[in-house]
Each structure stands twice: as structure tokens, then as C-alpha cells.
Ligand binder design. Structure first.
Ligand SMILES: [Zn+2]
Ligand SMILES: [Zn+2]
Length: 366
């Protein structure tokens, strides 16, 4: 087993018949099993040799008991992946064996009403999930076989071709970064903004990195974990506030001349009240975090009299290309985001690292 190097190609005939794969068993259980290598069945299919696959917060939610994210027992886990095409169906247009691709695991169909309205992240077929009675993205890795394996099969429109010189462990950040770009794009950030990011996990850290890349002068991160705070400083955060040690609102006001943040990005899921507390008049608050059990306690009058703009942001909204361009530019310190690169055989170790909040992005190379 070798990891494909940039520019390397693999002949389709070289595919083995079985492969190690991480199977989601439900009840918080993942098991490493031998599975058949996927074969082309639909004319638009492609088979990818996985270059890297990341652990996402949603994965941890699915592994929670009881689960706080839905998933179908028996499927191959992992939805953030990239790799090299090793087989294509006859109708997989524009892609060929040997192409390196990043995968959008929730792509718009392009044909439904929301897609035609320009709202691909509300794509009807995407949310028409045959396994659930609520609308929910029918994502590989949760409802059909995902990327925690040596090979994975997806329809070709999931894949974006990329250049040869980006490490797999950076390319695997394409979708999380695309979600961040969707969020901060809604806020319309400018150089003079004073930004506060709540939460220094992978999404919060990618937000800090993107805001600094776009020239935002002051980016303040709120994060209690010492290691994550340190990484965020190295990645460009101007100030990191430990919420366990200080009053977040007071610290933000002190750091912003008493004016508060013009942009706040909530990347935790249960910090909307804090976001409102640190917001300046007319601030834009972007809510990226997901937590179904949290209820905010915010004062509607505060929203009115401060003229706050609270902007929810879900999935990517045509931001995959921009994300890939940024990643391929090599200008983002993405090596700060990826804390661990492990072989797939260490999946349980990787999951416990992610659960402990020890590292940042944990990536496997099958
Ligand atoms: Zn994810
Ligand atoms: Zn659609």
C-alpha cells in the first residue's frame, strides 16, 4: 500500500478486490473491516483511491450515544475526503483516471427549484433523504459508503479536479474551508473590521486564517484550550481570550476601544448569547456552529436597537471552487489546522484524540 504522490497515477487494472474500511456500527462503535473495493455501477460514477479523509465534528456527533447526528449503521464512515481517480464510468465527463480530486460531499443537483434559484445548499434531492423522515443532507459517510477506506465511489459531479502540488492533508480541508467562506462571505468582511471568532476548533481556526487572509486587521479568538489558543496565535490571531479566565465581553470591549466587534463568527454551536454580547452596533453575526439542544437567551430588543444582523450559514453555497483556489494558492497556514496525520488502522486513536479536543483536524491516509 502506497500513498499516491503528486502526479502519480494508478492503472485501473491494479485495483485489489478487497480493502480495509471503517464501518459505522451505531451506538458509538466504529469497526475496521475488510470490504469489497467499489466498482463502477452507474455511468456517471468515479472510483477514487482515497488520499486523505478527515474527522469532522459531525462524525463525533454521530458517534455520540445517543447520537446527535443521524447515520446509518453498516456504511463506511467518513465524509471529508479527497484522492486520485482510478476508474470512471463512460459518462463521467471532464474527469479521467489519474486526476486528483477534492470531493464536495453535499453537491447541488443543479436542476431543482432551489438550485435554479441559486441556492444550491438547499437542493431538494440533496435533502430528500430516504433514510430519515426529516429533510437532511443524504451525505456519504453517514447514509452511504464514505471515504474512510482505501477506495470510495461517488457520482462524478461530487468531484473537483485539482493541481498536483497540494498535499492530500490540506486538500481534505476543502469542504470545511468552503463552509467557512460561505459564512464569512455573508458578513462581507472588510479590512477595517474588528472580528471575534468564538471557538478555536478546526472551523474556528479556519475562520481566523481566512479573515486574516482577507486583510481583516483585528481578529480575536475566544478559546479555552491552551494548545488551540497557541496554534491560533501562530496562525495569525491577534488576541486569544480564555473564557474560563476572563469576562469575554469585557476583554473584547477593552481590545476594541470599547466599541465591540463588527463581525462575530460563532463556531461552537452554543455561543449565540456571547456573540450578541460582544457585538458592536450594526455588527454582523455569522452562526456556523450546530447544536440542536442549545437555546439562546437573547433579548430581541438588543437585536433591534443594536441593529444586529444575525446570519445563519449551512454547508457551502458554491464556495468549493474558491476554497480550492485558496488552498492551492499555498498562502494559508493550513499546516496549523492539521494536527495529526494517521494511518487508517489508527482510527480509534484518531477518534479519541478528536473527542478529547486535544488536536485540531485529525486526518487519515488510508
Ligand atoms: Zn464535515
Ligand atoms: Zn438541486
Amino acid at each position: 500500500m502506497t500513498n499516491a504522490q503528486p502526479g502519480a497515477t494508478l492503472a485501473a487494472t491494479a485495483l485489489p478486490t478487497t480493502m480495509p474500511a471503517v464501518i459505522f456500527r451505531g451506538e458509538g462503535v466504529l469497526s475496521l473491516e475488510e470490504r469489497p473495493v467499489p466498482a463502477i455501477t452507474a455511468p456517471d460514477d468515479i472510483v477514487i483511491k482515497v488520499g486523505a479523509v478527515g474527522i469532522c465534528g459531525s462524525d463525533l456527533h454521530a458517534l455520540h450515544t445517543p447520537p446527535t447526528h443521524p447515520g446509518l449503521p453498516g456504511v463506511i464512515f467518513g465524509h471529508e475526503f479527497c484522492g486520485e481517480i482510478v476508474a470512471t464510468g463512460p459518462e463521467a465527463r471532464g474527469l479521467a483516471v489519474g486526476d486528483r480530486v477534492a470531493v464536495d460531499q453535499n453537491p447541488p443537483c443543479g436542476r431543482c427549484g432551489p438550485c435554479r434559484d441559486g441556492n444550491g445548499n438547499f437542493c431538494e434531492p440533496l435533502f430528500d433523504n430516504p433514510h430519515l423522515d426529516i429533510p437532511w443532507p443524504n451525505t456519504p459517510g453517514f447514509f452511504w459508503d464514505g471515504g474512510m477506506a482505501e477506495y470510495v465511489k461517488v457520482p462524478s459531479y461530487f468531484a473537483y479536479r485539482v493541481g498536483a502540488d497540494v498535499p492530500w492533508e490540506h486538500l481534505v480541508l476543502a469542504e470545511p474551508l468552503g463552509c467557512v467562506l460561505n459564512g464569512i462571505g455573508k458578513a462581507g468582511v472588510a479590512v477595517g473590521d474588528r472580528a471575534v471568532v468564538l471557538g478555536g476548533g478546526p472551523m474556528g481556526l479556519l475562520t481566523v486564517i481566512a479573515l486574516k487572509h482577507f486583510g481583516v486587521e483585528q481578529v480575536i479568538l475566544v478559546e479555552p484550550a491552551v494548545k488551540r489558543a497557541e496554534v491560533a496565535r501562530q496562525a495569525g490571531a491577534d488576541l486569544v481570550i480564555n473564557p474560563a479566565a476572563a469576562g469575554v465581553r469585557e476583554e473584547v470591549l477593552a481590545a476594541t476601544g470599547g466599541r465591540g466587534a463588527t463581525v462575530v463568527v460563532e463556531a461552537v454551536g452554543n455561543q449565540l448569547d456571547t456573540a450578541v454580547g460582544v457585538a458592536a452596533d450594526r455588527a454582523r453575526i455569522v452562526v456556523l456552529g450546530i447544536n440542536n439542544s442549545y437555546r439562546a437567551n437573547l433579548s430581541a430588543m438588543t437585536v433591534t436597537i443594536k441593529e444586529l444582523r444575525i446570519l445563519g450559514s449551512f454547508l457551502m453555497r458554491y464556495t468549493m471552487r474558491e476554497s480550492l483556489d485558496l488552498i492551492q494558492s499555498g498562502e494559508l497556514p493550513l499546516e496549523r489546522v492539521v494536527s495529526h496525520v494517521l494511518p487508517l488502522s489508527e482510527v480509534h486513536h484518531g477518534i479519541s484524540l478528536a473527542r478529547a479536543g486535544e488536536g485540531l483536524k485529525i486526518v487519515f491516509k488510508p
